[in-house]
Write a protein that binds this ligand. Structure first.
Ligand SMILES: Cc1cc2nc3c(=O)[nH]c(=O)nc-3n(C[C@H](O)[C@H](O)[C@H](O)COP(=O)(O)OP(=O)(O)OC[C@H]3O[C@@H](n4cnc5c(N)ncnc54)[C@H](O)[C@@H]3O)c2cc1C
Length: 395
């Protein structure tokens, strides 16, 4: 088997933990389970390892959130990222150039003020700055209409692919079986276990199944008669020709939902909110559109006029797995013993995976309960307490 899994990996008839979905969430969890325990862990991925959102995202990692729990998770995650290249033995292209949020409305300004006070109370050095100081940080910026900006120098960007490769390679080296190109097409409860039926005709019996299928998670839930409200939402993104270093922070314009950063490889990578790009069905259209290109092109040119002449090299789309309250859905599933949800991460699952993979593995392997597991409890929707808490979701 290679470090990226294999379609020929031999499956055991039974395992302790079957993780369905070979994205960053499933593989980070598998890696930590193998580090912490002797549990027999199998990852089943229907495509190649980066075929889902983990291979299609912008690689932004930030502590600037509106909710204390999310800020704390991301403080943990960024701390992990700082040592992760060494731990996994792979270059993650992690660069802490900060995130610069721009507010153009009174509501946006109030949001940044409220959040900056929260950040500072938790030890995150978010600074509120005026439009001219924002231009000092980003000389290409036209600050017209910007009322206030917030900057945290510890936020940053990564190259998402090596994260996934690194987690997979280390998990496999520690005994995890990673089977790719194999879809789970059915699932049944059998005594105290779950049995997964695979498109290859094989079956895999597991004491625990982790649903790490991201925006397709309701597909696996449907197979077991489980109904949760998270649904896919299409999101487009692009990258340009490489430039010399010009853009240090990742810039977010709250009013338009535009975000853009410069990768360590020099490309400008950006996306934007397209208000009527709704999803809701199992399949997600992953093609790119001219409509997106025109909209983001106009917005970038207004905000950073000199970027107007940039050549776009690639455009693509991927799914957010949107939960109605903006919070992830992680933990045991009411009604099915042994089914663990690990989904609903909307547009921030990549940055949270280092912390979440570890906290979920600690819970499975050792029974340690991180405080966020109460909050991410999949049972909250049925109880009616899934009210929205986060106001800094972009895209
Ligand atoms: C355009 C875009 C930009 C984004 N930008 C950011 C960002 O800057 N920062 C950030 O933190 N997050 C970002 N995100 C969100 C982030 O990419 C996701 O939250 C994260 O990658 C989710 O990881 P995952 O492992 O849960 O899901 P995925 O990576 O989608 O993995 C799920 C896997 O499950 C597999 N699967 C599905 N059904 C089955 C089945 N029946 N059998 C077997 N396998 C199955 C799929 O093939 C897929 O590989 C962005 C997302 C998009 C689309």
């Amino acid at each position: 088997m290679t470090g990226l899994g294999s379609r020929d990996a031999t499956l055991p008839a039974i395992c302790d933990v079957a993780i369905v979905g070979g994205g960053v969430m499933g593989l980070a969890t598998a890696y930590h389970l193998a580090e912490l325990s002797r549990l027999r862990v199998v990852v089943i991925e229907r495509g190649y390892l980066l075929s889902g959102a983990s291979g299609r995202n912008g690689g932004g990692v930030r502590m600037q959130w509106g909710d204390e729990g999310n800020v704390r998770v991301m403080m943990e995650s960024i701390e992990i990222c700082r040592g992760l290249a060494q731990e996994l033995g792979i270059n993650l292209w992690f660069r802490q150039g900060g995130y610069l949020f721009l507010a153009r409305t009174a509501a946006g300004e109030a949001r940044l003020q409220r959040n900056a006070a929260l950040h500072r109370s938790l030890g995150v050095p978010t600074r509120l700055i005026g439009p001219e100081d924002a231009r000092e940080l980003v000389p290409e910026l036209d600050p017209t209409g910007v009322r206030l900006a917030a900057f945290n120098p510890r936020d940053g960007v990564v190259f998402p692919w090596p994260f996934v490769w690194g987690y997979a390679a280390r998990a496999i080296a520690n005994g995890v079986v990673v089977r790719t190109h194999t879809e789970v097409t059915g699932a049944d409860v059998a005594d105290r276990d779950l049995v997964l039926r695979l498109a290859t005709g094989e079956q895999l019996r597991a004491h625990l199944v982790v649903n790490a299928t991201g925006a397709w998670s309701h597909g696996l839930n449907d197979m077991l008669g489980i109904s949760l409200p998270n649904r896919p939402h299409r999101h487009e993104i692009l990258s340009t020709e490489p430039l010399k270093p010009v853009l240090d922070p990742l810039v977010v314009d709250l009013a338009s939902g535009l975000y853009l950063s410069q990768s360590t490889r020099g490309e400008i990578v950006g996306g934007i909110t397209m208000p009527d790009e709704g999803g809701g069905s199992v399949s997600v259209d992953q093609r790119s559109s001219l409509r997106f290109l025109a909209h983001i092109g106009r917005t970038i040119t207004e905000l950073l006029p000199r970027f107007g002449g940039l050549k776009v090299l690639r455009q693509w789309a991927g799914p957010y797995d949107v939960s109605p309250d903006g919070d992830a859905i992680v933990g045991p599933t009411p009604g099915i013993d042994g089914l663990i949800q690990l989904c609903g991460f909307t547009g921030h699952g990549f940055m949270m995976a280092p912390a979440v993979g570890r906290l979920l593995a600690r819970w499975i392997a050792r029974g340690e309960r991180h405080s966020m597991l109460e909050r991410w409890d999949p049972g909250r929707f049925a109880r009616g307490d899934g009210t929205r808490r986060e106001d800094m979701i972009i895209g």
